[in-house]
Structure formats: C-alpha cells, structure tokens
Design a protein around this ligand. Sequence first.
Ligand SMILES: [Zn+2]
Length: 330
Amino acid sequence: MNHKYIDLHLHIDGSLNVRWMYERALLRGVIPADTTFAAYYDTIFPKGEQGDALFAKFDVPLAVMQCEEDIHDACYSLLKQISEDGVIYAELRFGPQLHTRKGLSQEQALLAAISGVKDAMRDFPIKANILNAFMHAGDSARVNEKENFETLYLTRKYLGQCVAGLDLAGYENNCDLNEYAPLFEEARKLNIPYTIHAGEMGNGANVPKAIAMGAKRLGHGIFAVQDPSYVQAILDSGIPLEVCVTSNLYFGFTYATHPIRELMDKGVKVTVNSDDMTFCLNNMPYEFYMLKKVGFSDEELLQCTLNAVDAAFLSDEEKQELRKKILNEE
Ligand SMILES: [Zn+2]
C-alpha cells in the first residue's frame, strides 16, 4: 500500500491544530484570558447542529486568521503537519474574503497565505497550491457578488504563484447554484481552472448544474447517487470527484454505506481527500485506513491516488513527477 498521498480538497480554516488556534486566540485577545483549553476545545465540535449552524463553527478558526502573521503561520503549520502524514501534494482551499474582518484586504490575506505556502515548500518535502474559494453567503449569490468577483480577479493576478484555481464553498443549499454561473463564466474566459462544491449536502441536482458550469472537478458530488442521470452526467463529462468520506459522516453515512463504493464501481474517477481535519479529526492516512477496513483493496486505493494526480491543477510535467514519486520510481 502506498504511503504517499495527494490531498486535493483541504480547507485551511477547517484543518488547523486546535492547540495552535487556542494559543493564537489568547494572544490576539479573541477569547477571554481565563478561557481554558478544554472550554475552547469544546466550542469547536458540532453537537448536532445542521446546515448553516454547522458552518458557524468555522468562526472559531477564522477568529485567529485575521492578520498576515496568523494566515502565514496557519498555512505553514498545516503543510508541515500533512507533510509528516505523507502528503506530497495538496491543494488548499482559502476564502480571501473571510480574512478581512480586521482590516486586511483580500489581496493582503492571499499574499500572506502564499508566503506561508512558499515557506513550507522550502522547508518540507511537500508541494502545494492554493485554490481561492468563492463563498456562499446568505440566500442569494448577490449578497457577496462583489467580494466573489474580487476573489476571481485576484486569482487571475496570482495564478501560477502558488495559486492554481478556484472553488465555490460554504453552505451549499442557500440558493440556486446557477446564480453563481456569471462568476464561473468569467473564470472560464480568463482560463482559470475551477472545482465546485456540489452534491455534498443532500442535493444531487447540483451535480449536473456544476458540470454545466464547466467545473473541472466536483467537491464531494456524492449525492449524485440520488439519480442515475446525475451519475451519468459525471461519467459523460469524465470529471473526477473529490470525495471526503469522514467529512460526509455528518450527513448520515457510515464508512460502509458511503456512496464512494457505488460511484467507483460505476466507473466514476474518485479521489480521496480530508476536507476539514480539525472538525473531522482525520488525516489522509486515516481516510485510507478506514476505506481499507470497509473493503477497498490496495490497488483501488492506489488508483484513487493516481486519479488525484491526473485531476490536480498542475502541468503535465508536474503530474509526471508526482506519478513517479507515488509509484516509487525515484
Ligand atoms: Zn470542502
């Protein structure tokens, strides 16, 4: 079994070390000075919340990622951690508009993230890129359309400088996914590759919509199993899914009942990813370990990793390098 991993779907704000967040939260004064670690820890984990309330948990890490130093250090320490887990390439989701609460511009936030990624790539045996995320906010895409367009143009400006593309993230079922079509149309014109969170939260109909918007991959996509025509749309497009099994347990699955098996057996190109390591209490080795426990063979898991190489927003040369590393050809 291979022990080198590719993680194409990893949110920085959802994957930070809790001890690190706690120390920064004290340092920045975002929690009272007498807050114990146990009390802080307790605020992070969902207690049956659903939908928007579940996503409010991201406010805990976001409270300490509002200055350049914290954003830099968050990226750096996350890449250090996953490098130790055996990840050799990662695409990190970052929503620049979420880091402007204390006066940073989206551009300052993104530059801080880029510097953290570059420093980590210098110090650890890992390669990484940032995918800037458009955010769902409120009941209409118009609520933060201006901020999302700003994210789009920033992505164009820094594409190729540890920035590899775009995503749409947040609570998926706030409004019709098609409301975001103008953003993706513009991204397509500017030759920015993008993935879209779709079919994560019970609405498989978002899968064909995201494919029609030109997504090169889908975040999750698992509720496509609701309707054979949705799965067929994935197969016809040939695009891969960024599956995050442990993360999806929040939506009622077990490892054994998760649709990853059904999708793979139907010929969908599946990749395995960790999504939000803080909230999911997982990492890439754990995802592979659990899939093996529910019957995935070493060959199938290796295929998932090779699918991730093919699906990465990288040049053919960079993919070939990764492939060699995965197959231990060097
Ligand atoms: Zn995600």
